[in-house]
Design a protein around this ligand. Structure first.
Ligand code: HEC
Length: 230
């Protein structure tokens, strides 16, 4: 089972790096585990049941199957990932998921006009609403709020030095995971919605996206040590 362990380790490493795709990859993995189980059945030439396992003349084979099943159950998601990787086809798909997010979902649509100003001077009510949402864990599917990673009360953590420049600008996560050379504040908000928050992007014409983006414009100024309206 050495190769198995190696696969599992590699996959865990990849999962750790993968912010975009936990859910689809896990779904794939579950499919992979099922495929693996049925492959085992075919190999033994029987329908898998406790009885056939007991009757199997080749005890080693029975043990291998029991182990494969037992492991899949015992190791949970991480193990299931390993099984998915063992499936050639599934592996290709998993790689694809792991390496890139859907940039179309986080890129300004053609018919969209932002309802906030990226140079600042946004309505104080919009900023107040944005700040409220920044602490709202219900925006994510994983219990996180923006503030979980980016700090509260003006801490402004979890940002790189790129955040010292006004929008639009280059952000490592957006270029590496979504292939976007630079992002506007609303696009970066969508990237964080989809990737670390593991949620759907906000509707482009929503007040939520408008106010969060307006708020991020001011947080950017604060991060850069400039005058801001927060
Ligand atoms: C799980 C942690 C996490 C959560 C939650 C999260 N982010 Fe991020 N955010 C990051 C990481 C990581 C980066 C990437 C930093 C980089 O690549 O430069 C980032 C970058 C950003 C940037 C870009 C900074 C820049 O350089 O321009 C903005 C803006 C941002 N996040 C806003 C948000 C908003 C708004 C939310 C909530 C909707 C949010 N983030 C939730 C982790 C998180």
């Amino acid at each position: 089972m050495t190769t198995h362990d190696e696969k599992r380790r590699r996959l865990l490493g990849r999962l750790g790096r993968c912010l975009v795709c936990t859910t689809p990859v896990l779904a794939l993995a579950a499919g992979g585990a099922a495929l693996q189980a049925s492959a085992g059945d075919t190999a033994s030439g029987t329908v898998m049941s406790e009885e056939t396992l007991l009757l199997a003349s080749n005890q080693a084979e029975a043990e291998a199957e029991a182990e494969a099943e037992g492991e899949a159950e015992a190791e949970g998601e991480a193990e299931a990932e390993g099984e998915a990787e063992a499936e050639g086809e599934a592996e290709g798909e998993a790689e694809g998921e792991a390496e890139g997010g859907d940039s179309a979902a986080v890129t300004r649509p053609d018919d969209y006009t932002p309802a906030y100003r990226e140079d600042g001077a946004n309505d104080p009510e919009l900023l107040a609403r944005g700040e409220e949402l920044y602490y709202d864990t219900s925006l994510s599917s994983n219990g996180l709020a923006c503030a979980s990673c980016h700090g509260s009360d003006g801490d402004d953590v979890g940002y790189n030095a790129t955040f010292e420049q006004p929008f639009p600008h280059q952000v490592a996560m957006a270029s590496e995971q979504f292939g976007m050379p630079e992002v506007h504040a609303d696009e970066m908000t969508q990237v964080c919605m989809v990737a670390p928050m593991e949620a759907d992007p906000l509707p482009w014409d929503s007040e939520d996206l408008t106010s969060l983006s307006a708020y991020m414009v001011e947080v950017q100024k604060r991060f850069a040590g400039e005058a801001h309206d927060l």
